[in-house]
Design a protein around this ligand. Structure first.
Ligand code: PLP
Ligand code: LYS
Length: 467
């Protein structure tokens, strides 16, 4: 279990102060001014709230770009062909957060894009990312999704079931193309911050099992279809992982399958994708996750060692980080409304601080018991701290944004609260529960604000309702 989901400390902590460190909970562009207000990339969040309203997702463009570039640089270096490797590609996992601008940014920084639905695929294509630099995942792809992927020449369709082999082959035949496919292999490695986000153990919906022989069967069926080109094998073990050991175990398993297939069929898969899932910090009390350089080096060592043992050439490697690129680059800015003190059974009190968003803009606390922290964003306070819980405005007692945090006792209606590390799986998992319009995504850079995704309005919601 990762620190993200560890039992809360007895006394809640205050949020760490922004310090510009890339390993902190805040993006590197966050700072607190002399008057106590937070700013991001030179933009004062009080001014941002006045002009654009709250709640709002705030993205630090330079920080997101830097994280994307760090992955590209680290993997290029660790898998450099001069080192006896066959190179590496980094695919940004669009499910973390995808918009036209973000797709362009990460592509400009040297990344490809991993998509898992027609919607994500459409955004990546509209952003101008070439089909060959896009991958398509999905455990239940529609014919239309597969057709669109083939029509745009995506670089890989990651096959997730035996039934999909024949379907992709038929649609490739219909389109008159040869489909580049990978097989998503479940290696049996159980990893991830919460059991809902672990993806490579046997009893879940993703992939084809290595242990049962289903993965091998898919490989054989693909090799028997002229319309399909087996470009590689894929493993994704889970998400919010801070211990890299599981990746090495999965790499060993998947490289073993690749060697076995090569020995028995003569087909040596040119590529192996080791998935995403690298963890980030959410509270500051959690472990410092490995940096891209360490991740790339660890994976490169594991791949090199296993291939040497197996006597097979090293494949081209790809990875699919999402959270570790978008997560720390974002924060959510809320306005405090009702503040209520509640007596606790065992004595003491808890201060419920209601904000103008909640589980509709961040479902992760309710869904995974994820931990976050929060701080006043518009002022400094010297008041003693109280045990606080930041909650939303939804009709649900589980509508919690931050379960436990120490906030100044004078926290009051009208204050601004910032919750860090919400750049991944915040907006992308947002809902309209209670018909609450979803917040905008605002990119901040060089003192400028750019609206990446505008705020939804009640009229937007009514426009969908045809009576
Ligand atoms: C296949 C696949 N690739 C990549 C990712 C991205 O994971 P993360 O955002 O944790 O890096 C996921 C999500 O867990 C996934 O399912
Ligand atoms: N949505 C998850 C992780 C993605 C799982 C995708 N396989 C989260 O917020 O942590």
């Amino acid at each position: 279990m990762s620190a993200e989901h560890a039992a809360p400390a007895a006394a809640p902590r205050t949020a760490p102060e922004p310090d510009g460190a890339p390993t902190g909970v805040w993006s590197t562009g966050v700072s607190r001014g002399g008057d106590g207000a937070l700013s991001v990339a030179g933009v004062d969040l009080r001014e941002l709230a006045r002009t654009h309203g709250t709640p709002a997702y705030v993205v630090d463009e330079a920080d997101l770009r830097r994280r994307a570039r760090a992955f590209a640089t680290a993997f290029d270096a660790a898998f450099a062909e001069s080192e006896g490797m066959a190179g590496a590609d980094v695919y940004y996992a669009g499910k973390a957060f995808l918009s036209l601008a973000v797709a362009r940014w990460v592509h400009e920084e040297g990344l490809r894009i991993d998509t898992s639905t027609a919607g994500e695929l459409a955004v990546a294509l509209r952003a101008g990312v070439p089909g060959e630099a896009i991958g398509l995942h999905g455990n239940n792809k529609s014919d239309d999704e597969i057709r669109t992927a083939l029509a745009h020449g995506v670089g890989r369709i990651v096959v997730d079931s035996l039934a999909e082999v024949g379907r992709v082959a038929a649609l490739a035949r219909e389109a008159g193309v040869r489909a580049p496919v990978m097989v998503r292999v479940t290696t049996g490695v159980h990893a991830g911050g919460h059991h809902f986000i672990a993806t490579a153990h046997e009893d879940q919906k993703f992939g084809l099992s290595l242990a049962s022989g289903a993965a091998r069967k898919a490989v054989d069926e693909i090799l028997a279809h002229d319309e399909l080109e087996l470009v590689g094998l894929h493993s994704h073990i889970g998400s919010q992982i801070v211990d890299l050991a599981g990746f090495a175990v999965a790499a060993r398993a998947i490289l073993g399958l690749r060697a076995q297939v090569a020995a028995e069929t003569g087909h040596l898969a040119p590529e192996v994708d080791l998935g995403g899932g690298y963890g980030i910090r959410y509270t500051g009390a959690d472990d410092v996750p490995p940096a891209p350089e360490q991740i790339a080096r660890t994976l490169a060592d594991a791949v090199r060692d296993v291939c040497t043992e197996l006597g097979t050439p090293v494949p081209r490697i790809s990875v699919e980080p999402g959270r570790s690129i978008a997560g720390p680059a974002g924060l959510t800015l809320y306005r405090v409304g009702t503040v209520k003190e509640v007596a606790l059974d065992g004595g003491g009190t808890r201060t419920y601080v209601s904000v103008d968003g909640g589980m509709s803009d961040n479902i992760r606390t309710a869904l995974y018991e994820a931990e976050y922290t929060a701080t006043l964003a518009d002022r400094r306070s010297d008041a003693a701290t109280v045990t606080a819980r930041v909650v939303g405005k939804h009709c649900e007692s589980g509508d919690i944004v931050v379960r436990d945090v120490a906030l100044p006792a004078d926290v009051r209606a009208g204050d601004l609260l910032a919750v860090p590390a919400t750049g991944a799986y915040g907006r992308s998992m947002a809902s309209n529960y209670n018909l609450v319009p979803r917040p905008p995504v605002l990119a901040l850079g060089d003192g400028e604000v750019r609206v990446l995704v505008r705020r939804e309005t009640v009229d937007d919601l009514l426009a969908l309702d045809l009576g």
